[in-house]
Design a protein around this ligand. Structure first.
Ligand SMILES: [Cu+2]
Length: 387
């Protein structure tokens, strides 16, 4: 038996010291980390403030040249630059303008016949409408943003002729192609044209877009579209619609003079409008249609430039969902919402037995508030539906 004298107060204080030591072992690095973080934050804040000032100055210096609001460098300080939102701005006659607007044709066009699909894409600077009464100075394929829907059969050769009538160099990058991009996706000078071809060997819903640097800006300015490469074995459906989602970042409201790109907003990913097929909520005033019991296929491409689309149809489930537009593997079944990533696609079938009005949305709901919503009218019923 130990005879070692035990001083209970000493023992107690020894335990206390050990507890303190363990606690301090955790606490001291924590305090140091907090201190370091505060110091870095203060430093960043001062950096960002000076960057913001520099960017604002650069924006006013460069906007007279390009018509766009641009920071000094794409990589600096965008997060700290204050911007003004023009989201939801609408003239008094917005409803009438929305009704008068000719909706971008969403129906999938027929595929080209024969072994070669000839695709002519003309590039031009065009003022487009992106919401009721809102105009935007876009760079376009085929005079619209998105550009024309291209529909080919798997295995077809796609012969592309690109004609650049715009004021600067542009190009086209087909996600459906497997080619050397430095050759086939190379820039075409203003006034010039080029041809190239590829075999559409992989089926899916693909994006095409201008790849001229900075591609970010060329996409944000409207240079994108969808190419559907259809395999032989797709289940037959009664209706097929193509939806291309994209964001718009405006340097002005666009109600009077057309707006141009605000690069800072685009870097911050704070769009003024998010659209299916280039115009806010156009399929609310001009709904897509089907009849009860029919199957509707949505070919969805997200052009970005930066935000995903969380595709969802209210009042039903996606009966078949080819996630990432992977048409080689079997689809998923009966899911609620599917992500279509920026620069990607998805193919979704719904079969709705009951007549009614079924909104389709990006369930990332901020995008709905900015215009990424439409309606599927099943059974030609009267009325509308807000979401
Ligand atoms: Cu371009």
């Amino acid at each position: 038996m130990s005879t070692y004298p035990v001083d209970h107060s000493e023992a107690a204080s020894g335990i206390g010291w050990r507890v303190f030591a363990v606690f301090a072992g955790f606490l001291i690095p924590f305090v140091i980390a907090i201190g370091a973080w505060l110091a870095v934050s203060a430093h960043n804040a001062s950096d960002k403030a000076s960057q913001a000032a520099a960017s604002a100055k650069a924006a006013s210096a460069t906007s007279s040249n390009t018509g766009m609001s641009m920071p000094t460098s794409a990589a600096t300080g965008a997060g700290a630059v204050p911007t003004v939102s023009f989201a939801g701005i609408a003239p008094a006659n917005a409803d009438a303008l929305a009704m008068r607007h000719a909706a971008f044709p969403a129906a999938l066009p027929a595929a080209s016949a024969g072994p070669i699909a000839h695709v002519h894409l003309s590039i031009a600077d065009r003022v487009v409408s992106i919401a009721p009464g809102i105009h935007y100075k876009a760079w376009t394929f085929g005079d619209t943003a998105p550009g024309p829907v291209i529909h080919v059969r798997q295995g077809q050769k796609v012969a592309v002729t690109l004609t650049n009538s715009g004021a600067m160099a542009h190009s086209v990058d087909f996600h459906a192609a497997q080619v050397a991009p430095n050759i086939d996706f190379a820039d075409v000078a203003p006034g010039a044209s080029k041809t190239f071809s590829f075999v559409a060997s992989v089926p899916g819903a693909f994006m095409y877009h201008c790849g001229t640097a900075p591609a970010f800006m060329h996409i944000a300015n409207g240079m994108y579209g969808a190419i559907v490469v259809e395999p032989k074995n797709m289940p037959l459906v009664q209706h097929q619609y193509v939806l291309v989602s994209s964001e718009w970042y405006l340097n002005a409201p666009g109600t009077g003079a057309p707006a141009s790109l605000d690069v800072t907003k685009a870097e911050q990913m704070t769009p003024d409008w998010v659209t299916f097929n280039g115009y806010s909520a156009q399929y609310k005033t001009h709904p897509l249609t089907s009849m009860p019991g029919q199957t509707v296929r949505f070919w969805v491409v997200d052009a970005g430039p930066s935000l995903n689309t969380e595709f969802h149809v209210v009042g039903t489930v996606l009966k078949r969902a080819w996630i990432n537009a992977d048409l080689v593997d079997a689809p998923q079944h009966d899911i609620q919402t599917a992500v279509v990533p920026a620069g990607g696609g998805g193919v979704f079938d719904v079969t709705i037995p009951k007549a009614g009005i079924y909104p389709f949305v990006s369930h990332s709901f901020a995008s709905v508030m900015l215009g990424e919503v439409g309606l599927l009218n099943v059974g030609n019923v009267a009325g509308t539906m807000s979401h």
